[in-house]
Design a protein around this ligand. Structure first.
Ligand SMILES: [Mn+2]
Length: 198
């Protein structure tokens, strides 16, 4: 089962051309090129700490701004995760974690439920991190949650540095993905729901 949890997604619109491949049972190696330096840095964290191998190549309309590139990458990663999960048999399904980084503390909680929902309780004290719009962090997780079919809650308890606040969101989500997508040895091939479907 483990070696089968891989997927590729190619998505092309007038705004972006995105190609994503994932291996849920990887080692956290990635090859990422979105044209947006800060976003690449965040996606490398997402791969490294989820242990999901990711190859991501995006050509977006960056002459407008980073919005379409970030959102469409989130859509494609979400679709790839959902596709790789298939019927979601045997997964741990739930996880939550408080992740510290220097002065910042951020919680992520996940239910790999098949029901897309994002609760976003994070605010930034500046509109930009370098040239990156801080509001795009939410856009990314909204696209990811919708397309992966996950319920995702992200709560920043406190923090001063906006780079740290963004980075803890990605790292915390990475760690809950790692736990929740893992195969639960006690329920092997069963779907973890009394409904029998996720
Ligand atoms: Mn950093």
């Amino acid at each position: 089962m483990a070696e089968g949890r891989t997927a590729n997604v190619a998505r092309k619109t007038n705004e972006t051309s995105v190609s994503v491949s994932v291996n849920l049972d990887g080692t956290g190696t990635s090859k990422i090129s979105t044209g947006v330096g800060f976003f690449d840095h965040m996606l490398e964290q997402l791969s490294r700490h989820s242990l999901i191998d990711m190859e991501i190549d995006v050509k977006g309309d960056l002459h407008i701004d980073d919005h379409h590139t970030v959102e469409d990458t989130g859509i494609a990663i979400g679709q790839a995760i959902s596709k790789a999960l298939g019927e979601r048999r045997g997964i741990m399904r739930y996880a939550s974690l408080d992740l510290a980084m220097d002065e910042t503390m951020t919680k992520a909680a996940i239910d790999v439920s098949g029901r897309p929902f994002l609760v976003w309780n994070v605010s930034f004290s500046a509109p930009k991190i370098g040239s990156f719009d801080t509001e795009l962090v939410r856009e990314f997780f909204q696209a990811l949650a919708q397309n992966a079919g996950i319920t995702l809650h992200i709560l920043n308890h406190y923090g001063a540095n906006n780079h740290h606040i963004a980075e803890t969101c990605f790292k915390a989500v990475a760690r809950v993905l790692r736990t929740a997508l893992e195969i639960d040895p006690r329920q092997a091939g069963r779907i973890p729901s009394t409904k029998g479907t996720l």
